[in-house]
Ligand binder design. Structure first.
Ligand SMILES: Nc1ncnc2c1ncn2[C@@H]1O[C@H](COP(=O)(O)OP(=O)(O)O)[C@@H](O)[C@H]1O
Ligand SMILES: [Mg+2]
Length: 221
C-alpha cells in the first residue's frame, strides 16, 4: 500500500444562514508516496476546505479520508491530533509563526507537543537545510517573507511527516521569493517527500508531477 492519501467521495457542507454550501463535493483521488501534486482552481472553489480535510483539521460530512492507510472518520479528537502531529506537515500563505519565538524555537514547537525531548539539533539541521543557518536566533519580524516561509517549512518537517500540505505557500511573496520557495519544495520532493500544494502560481503547478483542478467543489476532469 503506497498511497499516503486516499479520498473516497468526500463531501463537506457549510451552513451559512439558510444557505447550504457544498464546499467539497464527492471528491475522490489518491496521492502516492513521493508524489508532488498541485491543486489549482478559482477562489472559493473549495481548495482550502479540501486541504483541511486531508490535514485532519476538519472532518467530511460524507466519504472516507485515509492517511497512510488509516481511515480517519472514526477517530476522536485525540486520534486526529496524533495523525496531525505525526503524519502531516502544514504550511500556510500567512506563515503563522509565533512572533515572540525565534526561528529555532518556532521550528521546535510541534516537536514539544510530542514530548520527545530536546530537538534543538534537529531544528538547527532543518533550518540549515532551508538555507537559514545564519538566522537561527532571529525573531519573525527580523526576517523577510521568504525567510519566514522557510522557517514555517522547517517547522512543518520537524516531526518527519508523511506528507507536506501547503495552502498557497507563495501567495504572500514577491516573485523572487516565490521562486526560491518553489525550488525548496522541488528539492524536498527530490529527497522523497510527498507534497500537496494549493497554488495559483503557474511555475509551482508546472514543477509538480500532477495537477488536480477543482471547481465548485468538484474535480475537473
Ligand atoms: N467556515 C466556513 N463557513 C461557511 N462557508 C465557508 C467556510 N469556509 C469556506 N466556506 C465557503 O466554502 C467555499 C469554499 O471555500 P474555500 O475552501 O476557502 O475555497 P478556496 O480555498 O478554493 O478559495 C466558498 O464558497 C466559501 O465561501
Ligand atoms: Mg483557500
Amino acid at each position: 500500500m503506497n498511497n499516503v492519501v486516499e479520498l473516497d467521495a468526500i463531501t463537506r457542507n457549510y451552513q451559512r444562514g439558510s444557505e447550504r454550501i457544498r464546499a467539497v463535493n464527492e471528491v475522490t483521488f489518491n496521492v502516492a508516496s513521493g508524489e508532488f501534486v498541485a491543486i489549482v482552481g478559482p477562489s472559493g472553489s473549495g481548495k482550502t476546505t479540501l486541504l483541511n480535510l486531508i490535514g485532519c483539521v476538519d472532518k467530511p460530512d460524507n466519504g472516507i479520508v485515509r492517511i497512510d492507510g488509516e481511515p480517519t472518520s472514526d477517530l476522536d479528537e485525540a486520534g486526529l491530533t496524533r495523525i496531525r502531529a505525526r503524519k502531516i506537515g502544514f504550511v500556510f500563505q500567512q506563515f503563522f509563526l509565533l512572533p515572540t519565538l525565534t526561528a529555532l524555537e518556532n521550528v521546535q514547537l510541534p516537536a514539544m507537543f510530542l514530548r520527545n525531548g530536546d530537538r534543538t539539533a534537529e531544528a538547527t539541521e532543518l533550518l540549515t537545510r532551508v538555507g537559514l543557518e545564519d538566522r537561527l536566533h532571529h525573531l519573525p519580524d527580523q526576517l523577510s517573507g521568504g525567510e519566514m516561509q522557510r522557517v514555517a517549512i522547517a517547522r512543518a518537517l520537524i516531526n518527519s511527516p508523511r506528507i507536506l500540505l501547503a495552502d498557497e505557500p507563495t501567495g504572500s511573496l514577491d516573485s523572487a521569493n516565490a521562486a526560491s520557495i518553489l525550488d525548496l519544495f522541488a528539492q524536498l520532493h527530490a529527497e522523497g517527500l510527498t507534497c500537496l500544494i494549493v497554488t495559483h502560481n503557474e511555475a509551482v503547478a508546472n514543477a509538480c508531477n500532477r495537477t488536480i483542478q477543482i471547481k465548485d467543489g468538484r474535480l475537473e476532469k
